[in-house]
Ligand binder design. Structure first.
Ligand code: FCB
Length: 447
């Protein structure tokens, strides 16, 4: 018996990033202010006091970064477009310098034979739109659809894979509910309106995509799907885990793929006087057929019933086994379970659009970074992806989060997820052992 684990021919191996986390150049090239540009200036909100002002300076160094991707043999690269680079004040005429930046990036990728996968929204709303209510305001969905159509006509044919949103759950619950992310609002009543308008904007963008009739291109969405386990088989804990699964996973999967919100979740929130502002026709728009689903998964969470938490009535039980630097349990079967959850709803090709780990990498005296823990993490999760395929998942690709260390939102630059190490003082990129490992995986199309 061989230990070889191979993937289907044509399987897409990639790495992922997001605009605010890597680009820097926050006020260059005519870019407008985003909610993250505003948020990071509030004292105390970013764990280590850093910001994305400069981040990896990718805006200026994209050519070098594409060079690293090519050397690694990446088949695809998932990046996001900063909406405020295109519409600095949220509407009006598109900013040519912003469009040109992404044109250059996409051309550089295609020149190296790397398939671009573009995400239209990875949480960096133009601040001007937040000033008018942000995602709580239904009009933001219309502005998003306009922005999406501009991108489809500018770059549609060059980008075969388009994702509307990245993890609308995080934007709605963390941006508007607990305030841990931009725009930093803390209002339970804002969560479901924000979530609904994010979903609505997804559907409107899908319509805009179909209207653009771009030959050979596909449109989908990227959702966070983490498995939620009960801390015990007591019915109360089982119900708690189901509530969290409802809010985090099904609240987005069910509208997109079945055109309705999950009943149990609606009932739960209605008791807290929270409801999505659904208008006639919205659910039809939200559930327009899409071509693929991107799944971001990193770990599982375990929950016990606890009504001191009024929102979900659940408390997270700390993992017993080994964790990453984020405190996330290392649980490779999250890939299998997340894809199984996706398949309960989605009958479309799937991608793992994010999977990876933060560790406190040490730079050796010789400058080498032997991130053995990340290599182990990736190996185990890639093997799990193969098990998911064997179980019947139509998995078409796997993207590591992330290409390089970057600005990890409220955690700041201290949390490092990269295959490539970023020295923020000099902007030097150094391959970690995991980058060499991933190059091998790609070359063999497996382990
Ligand atoms: C995901 C985000 C991504 C990154 C990883 C660690 O939720 O989409 O930007 O922060 O987590």
């Amino acid at each position: 018996m061989s230990n070889d684990i191979r993937f289907p021919p044509g399987f897409l191996w990639g790495a992922a990033t997001a605009a605010y986390q890597i680009e820097g150049a926050w006020d260059e090239g005519g870019k407008g202010e985003s909610i993250w540009d505003r948020f990071v200036r509030r004292p105390g909100v970013i764990a280590d006091g850093t910001s994305g002002d400069m981040a990896c300076d990718h805006y200026h160094r994209y050519a070098e970064d594409v060079g690293h991707m090519a050397e690694m043999g990446l088949g695809a690269y998932r990046f996001s477009i900063a909406w405020p680079r295109i519409f600095p004040s949220g509407g009006g005429r598109p900013n040519q310098a912003g469009l040109d930046f992404y044109r250059r990036l996409v051309a550089a990728l295609r020149d190296k034979g790397i398939v671009p996968m573009a995400t239209l929204y990875h949480w960096d709303l133009p601040q001007a739109l937040e000033d008018r209510g942000g995602w709580v305001n239904r009009d933001t969905a219309l502005r998003f659809a306009e922005y999406a159509s501009v991108m489809f006509s500018a770059l549609g044919a060059e980008v075969p894979l388009w994702a509307t949103h990245n993890e609308p759950f995080i934007q709605a619950f963390y941006g508007y509910g607990n305030g841990e992310n931009a725009p930093g609002r803390r209002s339970p009543w804002a969560i479901l309106p924000a979530g609904h308008h994010l979903l609505l904007s997804h559907g409107m963008a899908v319509d805009a995509f179909r209207a653009a009739r771009i030959p050979g291109a596909q449109v989908g969405v990227v959702l966070m799907i983490w498995p939620h386990h009960p801390a015990s088989d007591r019915p109360a804990d089982v119900a708690a885990a189901r509530r969290v699964d409802g809010a985090m996973n099904r609240m987005f999967l069910e509208p997109i793929f079945r055109g309705r919100y999950p009943e149990d979740v609606l009932r739960h929130f209605a008791r807290r006087l929270m409801r999505p502002p659904v208008r006639p026709g919205d659910m039809e728009l939200i559930s327009r057929p899409i071509d693929f689903l991107g799944v971001n998964t990193y770990t599982r969470l375990t929950h016990a019933a606890d009504w001191r938490d009024p929102l979900a009535g659940a408390r997270q039980v700390p993992p017993r086994g080994p964790t990453t630097a984020m405190g996330w349990e290392i649980y490779p079967d999250c890939v299998v379970e997340a894809l199984a959850k996706a398949r309960e709803f989605a009958d479309v090709p799937l991608y793992i659009t994010e999977n990876g780990a933060a560790f406190d990498d040490l730079v050796g005296p010789d400058g080498q970074i032997v991130d053995a823990a990340r290599v182990d993490y990736l190996r185990a999760h890639i093997a799990a992806a193969r098990r998911a395929i064997d179980a019947g998942a139509d998995l078409r690709g796997y993207f590591v989060w992330s290409l390089m260390d970057n600005f990890e939102w409220a955690q700041g630059c201290a949390k490092r997820f990269g295959l490539i190490h970023t020295d923020y003082a000099t902007q030097r990129r150094t391959w970690k052992a995991s980058a060499h490992f991933f190059r091998e995986v790609i070359a063999r199309n497996g382990l």
